[in-house]
Design a protein around this ligand. Structure first.
Ligand SMILES: CC(C)(COP(=O)(O)OP(=O)(O)OC[C@H]1O[C@@H](n2cnc3c(N)ncnc32)[C@H](O)[C@@H]1OP(=O)(O)O)[C@@H](O)C(=O)NCCC(=O)NCCS
Length: 373
């Protein structure tokens, strides 16, 4: 008889092999292809990290220049995709826009052969910021934006389209760091979804579309938006203290805290927190950053629960004037790298992922004629 796994949610179960990242094991707690995420966040840009995740090694200057130039050339959206984006209402969930955008691109530029996997991935990496900003600016401001900007990076491209002007050095750098921090995280729920889909030998767009749907939930990617909704309602550190204490008493889940694998801290938190503090100083914030710090202190003092990557991302994004509803789509623009790399890794040594279930239903029985039920 097959062994029944103990522990809900498959906690602690090894479900496959990867050479892409380690979570909660070495260094600060998160490594991509052997590099500590802190080292990468301090010394590289997002495109270098994407290159690393896809190729296993960091690029040299020439390789990085070529890769950036390649991505720059892939930012334009086909007319049919723009038409679809223009049909999506203003009040749609932006993650649904990402899902539809990815799926539609799959219809227009199908991966017909796995030899195209890197090419299709690069296209998605370049086009995702265009997709979300094109829809957002069309549905909210009534403008059809030009998505082919000459910005040097994915992060700057996103901010430029959103705000209709080139971002500052500081904002470009924070976007870079943010995209690096979200790029890859082993067998999390959305990545595992992508791998399951890949294991059926499905196409890249299907794998990524499935992963977007999984990331959408508030227990996964949606937490940064939920954290923003919490902190924007807090008008002082005292109010933050009171609110968190009340939520804990009511046993509410506080988004942006806790983690399925890390037990004492999330290595990404300290990094984005530092940048949030710099942005707070830059905009002269006297509220969002201090209330966020107080929430962190109360959660640790009362429950030994720590901020995950999402909590200080909320204030950092807000200081850069990014609308809250676009927080999770930024996560998509970054995590696409991890998802696609896992799809490629799964394909390179594939067996269909098909676990079993422990049956807990009724005993075997026979059908009673419908007239007698
Ligand atoms: C990330 C998360 C889903 C991990 O879930 P998990 O591994 O199942 O952890 P658990 O829910 O078993 O946590 C253990 C205990 O801490 C509590 N807890 C965990 N995270 C909490 C949070 N954010 N707020 C309040 N309590 C929390 C649980 O309720 C549980 O308490 P119990 O033992 O009394 O039932 C969970 O911490 C969570 O929901 N966090 C908020 C959402 C979030 O920020 N997600 C982004 C993750 S990067």
């Amino acid at each position: 008889m097959a062994k029944v796994l103990s522990g809900a949610g498959l906690r602690g179960q090894v479900a496959g092999k990867t050479s892409l990242s380690t979570v909660g094991k070495t260094g600060s707690g998160l490594t991509y292809c052997g590099y500590d995420v802190k080292d990468l966040a301090e010394n590289t840009c997002f495109e270098e990290v994407a290159y690393l995740i896809f190729n296993g090694d960091l690029p040299n200057q020439g390789e990085l220049n070529d890769y950036k130039a390649k991505l720059k050339g892939l930012r334009g959206l086909p007319a049919a995709l723009k038409t679809v984006l223009e049909q999506i209402p203003k009040d749609a969930h932006p993650m649904d826009v990402m899902r539809t955008g990815c799926s539609m691109l799959g219809n227009l530029e199908m991966e017909s052969d796995f030899s195209q996997q890197q090419e299709k991935t690069d296209r998605l990496l370049a086009a995702f910021p265009s997709i979300i900003c094109y829809w957002y600016r069309f549905s909210h401001d009534g403008v059809r934006i030009e998505t082919e900007t000459d910005d040097d990076s994915v992060g700057a491209h996103f901010l430029h389209m959103l705000h209709d002007k080139k971002p500052s050095e500081l904002h470009s750098r924070v976007m870079d760091v943010s995209l690096i921090l979200y790029a890859e995280h082993e067998f999390n729920a959305s990545t595992f979804t992508a791998r399951v889909c890949a294991s059926t030998l499905s196409d890249m767009h299907s794998c990524i579309t499935g992963a977007i749907g999984t990331l959408r939930g508030p227990l996964h990617g949606g937490a940064n938006e939920a954290a923003m909704e919490l902190i924007e309602g807090l008008n002082s550190v005292e109010h933050a203290e009171e609110t968190i204490m009340g939520m804990l008493e009511r046993k509410d889940k506080i988004m942006g805290f806790g983690h399925a694998i890390y037990s004492e801290s999330d290595p990404r938190n300290g990094i984005i927190k530092e940048w949030s503090e710099k942005l707070a100083a830059d905009v002269g914030d006297k509220r969002l950053y201090p209330v966020s710090v107080r929430c962190e202190e109360v959660m640790w003092r009362e429950k030994k629960l720590f901020c995950n990557a999402d909590f200080f991302h909320a204030s950092a994004y807000n200081f850069m004037n990014i609308p809250t509803k676009l927080f999770t789509p930024i996560f998509v623009c970054s995590r696409l790298t991890g998802w696609a790399a896992h799809v490629m890794e799964q394909r390179s040594d594939n067996r269909i992922i098909r676990p079993s279930a422990e049956y807990v239903g009724v005993e075997p029985r026979t059908v009673t004629a419908i007239s007698e039920r």
